[in-house]
Design a protein around this ligand. Structure first.
Ligand code: VGL
Ligand code: ZN
Length: 209
């Protein structure tokens, strides 16, 4: 059985938001069409406390896109974004969320960032998604949303690690592309056996599974 996973389609990741992904809003109508073609739709929501340690504002003398060493490794520092309860953390107003059966919130522990829908950035703290998918007999995951080179990539890679068939719906994602991170993301996903698919093809597959 297959499901569509819509990653972080929130105001702060769209143009005009705090951490805008270029053209991030342009995929909204396409994702609404995709969702219509799937029996099961899941979402993630980046959901940080105001003192989240991935925010550059929490580190004296640091600017957004600098990196620091955290307990679990290197961490990119971001502008404050997707703060719990703010408009920036809301889903894009054009996104139709009525069909969503599960919304996974992530990044709510101040000391750990969380890109992946499956694990926090320490690689070990689970969100519960693996168990949810297994209990629901979902073995194929079609991933779309924002950003290709961060939360989409990490979700797709962890999905493979957890044994799922993973497809990234290429025209239904957009990337941040920081220092070549977008090309690198596609390479890493290819190597891990993540399949790349168009929304047309995903609708064909997703609708019947
Ligand atoms: C994301 C950076 C920080 C994402 C979330 O959704 O790709 N990127 N938090
Ligand atoms: Zn974040």
């Amino acid at each position: 059985m297959s499901a569509l996973l819509i990653v972080d389609l929130q105001n702060d990741f769209c143009p005009g938001g705090a951490l805008p992904v270029p053209e991030g809003d342009e995929i909204v109508p396409l994702i609404n069409r995709l969702a219509d073609g799937f029996d099961h739709v899941l979402q993630t929501q980046d959901w940080h406390p105001a003192n989240h340690q991935s925010f550059a504002s929490q580190h004296e003398g640091k600017s957004p896109y600098d990196t620091i060493e955290m307990a679990y490794g290197t961490q990119v520092l971001w502008p404050d974004h997707c703060v719990q309860g703010t408009e920036g953390a809301d889903f894009h107003p054009g996104l139709d969320t009525t069909q969503s059966e599960l919304i996974i919130r992530k990044g709510f522990r101040p000391e750990i960032d969380s890109y992946s829908a499956f694990f926090e950035n320490d690689g070990t703290t689970p969100t519960g998604l693996t168990g949810y998918l297994k209990e629901r007999d979902i073995d194929e995951l079609f991933v779309c949303g924002l950003a290709t080179d961060f939360c989409v990539k990490w979700s797709a890679l962890d999905g493979r690690k957890q044994g799922f068939d993973v497809f990234v719906v290429e025209d239904a994602t957009r990337g941040i592309n920081q220092d070549g991170s977008l090309a690198q993301a596609w390479d890493e996903m290819n190597e891990a056996g993540v399949q790349v698919i168009s929304s047309e093809a995903a609708l064909d597959v997703g609708a019947v599974a």
